[in-house]
Structures are given as C-alpha cells and as structure tokens.
Design a protein around this ligand. Sequence first.
Ligand SMILES: *Cc1c(COP(=O)(O)O)cnc(C)c1O
Length: 386
Amino acid sequence: MSHFSTKSIHGGDHLKRTVDVITPIHISTTYSYSNNPDELIPGALTDPNTLVYSRENHPNAAQVEAIVESITGYPCIVYNSGLSAFNGLMTQINPKVLAIGQAYHGCHGIAEIWQRNFGLKKIDINGDLNELKKGDLMHLETPINPYGTYADISKYAEKAHEKGALLSVDATFAPPPLLDPFEFGADIVMHSATKFFGGHSDLLAGLLLVKNNELKEQLLLDRLVLGTNIANLESALLVRSLRTFELRVSRQTKTAEIIVKFLNDNKSKFPKLDKIYHGSLQSDEFISKQMSNGHTPVFAIELKTELDAKSFPSKLKLFHHATSLGGAESLIEWRAMSDSHISKKLLRLSIGLEDPRDLLNDLINGLSSDENDKNVLVEEIKKLNI
Ligand SMILES: *Cc1c(COP(=O)(O)O)cnc(C)c1O
C-alpha cells in the first residue's frame, strides 16, 4: 500500500473491530474492562487499541489518526476543532514569546488569552526576533488567509531555528497532497480539518502533525484533560471524507487555477474588479518547490468599492455567501464579516467541486456589466480545455 488515495481509504483497516466495510459510528462513551486481571494495566491511555473512555480515545478517532498518519507519514493528534489543535499546541509548547504575523483571527485570539493570563509576549514574525528564545514558538500561516498567497517556509524555519525556537505551520489552506511543511523545516503542522479534510461543511475538527511519538504522547495526555478530543459522530464523518480526499483536493485546485487565470487574463473586461490575490499569480522562486503539487483552492478579490464588495455575493447563484472553505460547494465571503481587520472591499472565494465553466459563468454574470463583453466571455468559457 503505497500511494495517497489508497492510504486514505485503507490506512485504518488494521484497527477495524468489526466486519463492517465502513467502520460503524461507535457512540459509546465508556468501554468494558478486560475480565483477565493480567490485562488490567493502570493508566493505559494512549494506545488506540485500549479503549477506556471516549474523551481519551474511541474507535472512530483512532481511524482518523491512523489514516492521516498513513497519508502524511507523521504522528497525528486529532481534535474537536482547528482552534482546539492550536490551543493544544500552545499548552504543550508553553512559549514565553510567540512570533506570529498575518494568521487566522482565532489563533490571534488564543494568543491574546495567553497574553492576558500568562503574560505571553506576541512579536511580529517579520520584525525584530531578538526576544525569541529556546522553547518559544514561531507560528506561520501559509497559504495566508484570506488571500491564498504563500510564505516561504524554509526562510521562517531558518529564522526560528537560529533562535532555538520551534516553527509551527498552519497549512489549512493547502492540505495534503498540496503541501508538506515538514519538507521545508516545520516542526509541527496544524490543520483545521473542518475545511479540506472534512470537505463537506458538516463537521468541526482539527489536527496536529508532529515529528515523533514522544511529543504525540504528551499532546494526547493534554488533550485528555483539556477535553478536546474529536467527537464520535464527527470522526465517523471525517473518515467518510478522507476516502475522497485526494480526488476532491486535486479537482478543487485545478478548478481554482482555471478560474483565477481566466479572471486575471480578462481583467480589463471587469471594471469593478480591482485586485486578485492567489499564489498562482505570485512569482517568488520558492513557490515552484513548495507548491509543486498544485495551488490552494482559495483566493481573494478586491472590488473597487465597499458597496460593490458587499453586494457582489447576492448576484451569484452558485456561490453561497458564507464563511468557511474547503467544502464540495463553492463559497464566497465578504471577509469583513469574520475579520474586522481585513479590507472592506475584499471577498474570499473557496472553490468547490462544481464544473469550472459553471462557476466562471456565475462570476462573470456578477462582475461584468457590459452585455457585449459578457457574450465574448461566455464564448471564451466554452472554448476552455477542461
Ligand atoms: C478555520 C481555520 C482555523 C480554525 O479552525 P476551526 O476548525 O474553525 O476551529 C484555523 N486556521 C485557519 C487557516 C482556518 O481557516
């Protein structure tokens, strides 16, 4: 068993407890102890085969971790949300200084709680890093939310390691197989599995990937007392999602590339479109290596005015106006709704699994006001080689 899509379907087979082809949803919170006194081992918590209480482990969470470990090659700890994963990371590393830049507002929110409660010092990842010491943490988000642009992981890994600090990478916007941050020097990788891993907008989950089983054990012990293990039903849904992981992500990335290229090539026909942000439009040298498996399916556009941006989603038929990303359905969000620090002219788009031609037709209907231009563009879309 050697390739991604095979592993995403069979990576947990060795842990199956029943003859069901699909691991059933185990809803029990508690598990009977062995009748054999020799098997009653005090404190046997973190073995996926030893089931005691579902806050520590349960068969569906064990499936998720086994599958993700199989496809990534790294020990995985699953959580009940992406932010739980970040909280687990902060709690275990316990940094005195956190170097962080443009990153998910909720990660900043957790850092602010730490500032309030424990006097954590937050410094700018792109500024003076002299205060960063051994035992501290640098947290990098790439691709960067909400733009879908990229930061050079190797560059930040070097800066963090020079100071003896660890580098964590939130790679939510570029799930496997698009990006492996460890290859470029990351020490810990975080994903909001609510997004592409889940892929159906019907579950909340998060995960950490680490480099050794000792750290995984520590994180599991913390997770047990923080009460942040993924729930039974959600993990069964996540196992369902992983079965189509590669198919979904590879289709979403291709469609996003087609759409971004089309909008960029025809920008002069969209008078209200001011800017397009996406890694595929970035020319930095590191990108061809870091993102050699395809670009993130998320990008952002800025329209000329705030009113244009606020009213654009209502002109679309296929894109739901909603937050989040990574699902089978395409979403667009006037991003100021979720993040008050972002330009009020900015819209974030998450490309789903619809046909790229239909998505493009929807977008040009909303973006183009000239009927002639629109007809030319509709003909161009028909000619796309998809
Ligand atoms: C959604 C998201 C998170 C938070 O994940 P939840 O599952 O919503 O807790 C963290 N980072 C990024 C980049 C995200 O998009």
